[in-house]
Design a protein. Structure first.
Length: 323
């Protein structure tokens, strides 16, 4: 399925978010105009704004703050992409040059900071301690996840539990926060808010697992971004952790050398052969599918509605996407 199908019920609202996103980023200085214009080409799935809106709609009527919150979570997400591309030295993002590739490291760092600050400026105007605290904590958690991942580079002892902890922090936490914000501002009680938070956490984890599989198995033309960055930067993801766990101890060193010195085409092909031989990518995809089922079970008690159906379909999309 296409993600657009799941978002049909909130298309007009997402259009409002898109308009507001670009309005809020309109620079006061003409010197930033090129950067802002370039980042507008980064338009992705708008997953996190959609989670804010759909979670709110599952509870009741939206308020004007829902649009602002959807804009803020997308700004936070976009800022993390800009910073991630610096860390990964990626040249392509969503089929266009990364900010880092086009303007360099210094401007990219500051531009990512600018996006964070713009988001929190909008947030401060909402005068909501709940939203400010939740998103501040979430950015802290995301940063912790990235730092832990960088500290554990080239670590063949990284376990599946370690990996899940990292991706829960760096990716899933913002999806979960988006759901909680949407539900809370629509008047949900704590029990319902927790239900949607847990749904968001699980689809965020599944999303990252699939992303990590595509980083290994996809093509840049299809995915639209630089691939193999995880391996190049020494990051062990679920397919590679599964492979390592399936190998005898006496093969670990040679496999480590093969994985992390993969720039030669024959090395990459050898890694893919090993992953296929041990069903490591299939294992990762199946893990993501199981987590998606758990996410769908989290929101099963919600009253039936087209918005709940959209969340269920969105979860299915997570594990069938190819970009």
């Amino acid at each position: 399925m296409e993600i657009a199908g799941a978002f049909d019920t909130i298309k007009d609202l997402l259009d409002k978010v898109e308009t507001q996103f670009h309005k809020e980023l309109k620079p006061e200085s003409n010197s930033l105009a090129d950067l802002i214009a370039h980042i507008s080409k980064y338009k992705g799935k708008r997953l996190r704004p959609a989670l804010v809106l759909l979670s709110g709609k599952c509870i009741g009527e939206l308020v004007p703050q829902h649009i602002d919150l959807a804009v803020v979570v997308e700004m936070v997400h976009t800022a993390t992409l800009v910073h991630d591309d610096i860390i990964d030295e990626a040249s392509i993002r969503r089929h266009v040059e990364t900010v880092n590739s086009k303007w360099g490291r210094e401007i990219s760092i500051l531009f990512g900071d600018y996006l964070f600050s713009r988001g929190f400026t909008i947030l401060s105007a909402l005068d909501s301690q709940v939203a400010t605290l939740l998103l501040s904590q979430t950015v802290n958690i995301m940063s912790e996840g990235e730092l832990i991942q960088l500290q554990r580079r080239y670590d063949m002892e990284l376990s599946e539990n370690d990996y899940f902890d990292i991706i829960e922090r760096k990716t899933a936490s913002l999806c979960a926060a988006s759901c909680r914000l949407g539900a809370t501002f629509a008047g949900a009680n704590r029990k319902i808010s927790d239900m949607l938070y847990n749904y968001g956490l699980k689809i965020g984890i599944a999303f990252q697992i699939v992303d990590d599989c595509l980083d290994i198995m996809g093509t840049e033309e299809e995915i639209g971004k630089s691939l193999n960055s995880d391996i190049q930067k020494g990051k062990l993801t679920l397919p590679l952790i599964r492979l390592v766990n399936q190998l005898p101890r006496n093969k670990l060193e040679t496999t480590k050398a093969l994985i992390f010195q993969h720039s030669e085409k024959e090395n990459k092909n050898s890694i893919l052969e090993l992953l296929t031989e041990h069903d490591a990518v299939e294992y990762a995809f199946n893990t993501a599918k199981n987590i998606v089922k758990q996410a769908q079970e989290e929101i099963a008690p919600l009253p039936d509605s087209k918005y709940k159906t959209a969340l269920l379909e969105l979860a299915d999309f997570i594990v069938t996407r190819r970009q």
